[in-house]
Design a protein around this ligand. Sequence first.
Ligand code: PHE
Length: 460
Amino acid sequence: MSEQVAERSDMWSNSFIFVLAAAGSAVGLGNIWKFPYIAGENGGGAFVLVYLICIAVIGIPVMASEIMLGKLGRASPIQALLNLARTHKRSTGWSCVGYMGVLTGFLILSFYAVVAGWVCYYILRLFSGEFSGADASTVGEAFGDFLADPLQVLLWFSVFMVVTIFFVARGVTRGLELCVRYSMPAVFVLLLILIGYGIHAGGFVESMAFLFTPDFSALTPQAILIALGHAFFTLSLGMGAIMAYGAYVPDEVSVGTTTFTIAILDTVLALLAGVAIFAIVFANGLAPDAGPGLLFETVPVAFGNLPGGAFFGGLFFLLVALAALTSAISISEPAIAYFSERGKLSRAQIAVVIGGACWVLGVGSVLSFNAWADVKLPFFDWTFFDSLDKITQLILLPLGGLLIAVIVGHVLPKHVVYEQLGLEQTQIQQVWTYIVGYVTPTAVFCVFIIEAIREILTHM
Ligand code: PHE
């Protein structure tokens, strides 16, 4: 081990724990809140297919690349890229990808924590039994009333932010493993219960048809960009979160196996959440394109009408909040790790400063659903919340992912990459280089260009 590695206080003790941590990062609101509602807004089946293709062709190679860069650079993403550039005599300018990741993480956390705050409030709401026997319209109204009250939303957003800062301040490994080890299988079981409700209440077959029968006429070019951006978002790629975690991976851990495990876990959970939520949608005659409120307008209806629903519903939102917490911790890790390396402030101080700044920015997203609902970005008609969501998901994450693929495919010496990945056969080496060096960057680039042209044309 190099000196730099030895200096690091917390390495994952083995590959299983790394997989747990990375899966904890990947599985979060992206799977349970976001995937179902964007699939609903973009017509279902065809969108889901494009999303799965993006995971396979773009997400998996970029994830392997990030883990590898972290492992090779053994530092925060910014410093890891600097270390690698110096070692291999490449331009240190590539570290800009690390800086961009820090900024992206900051922007994402500010709105992610707002939605996580909604989830926290719903823990109490379900446990209290408020939704027992409630129908869909009562549940929908209850969510609308909550969002309309900026102080309530601000309160729960602040609660989530404080909890996140607390865990971030204490360091990466502690607690994370425990949380993921038990909460992920539990989320899985509760989603199965929800699917059971769907089978019983009658929305299951329609839900499967909606998600898995591709109707390409419903697929817009923008939906392709959304699917691409979501592939990055849901796998925590393109901003250095997985790279930062990769820096703590012991040498003997296989990049390939861990990458596939994480990607499969994440995808299975998203699909299950989708099936569960659309079963509730169709069983109750709701609209699939309800937008960001979808989770909160459907799941309470199901639990409200199941025996023991108050308890299981409260538990469900508690587990979703934990999943959001393990993701939020990883979103901040590139920045925290970088400033910790500077050595001027303690980890706790940095967590408070960054978390505080994120909180200030998050107030804009809190207000987007009430006082500032009409304040829109000219041209795009996006609220403050929408703007942060779209700019990160549609531009910054794919761009970061593209640059990471270019670094691994073209900038680093090939033998270093092959050695890290354990690729020995020439043919497999060629396939890897072809995918990460050409297919992945070209695919992201093409989607960008098509979307840019479309935007220009529609606004002309
Ligand atoms: N992957 C997380 C989720 O699906 C969100 C996330 C995005 C985490 C970017 C880290 C980096 O909820």
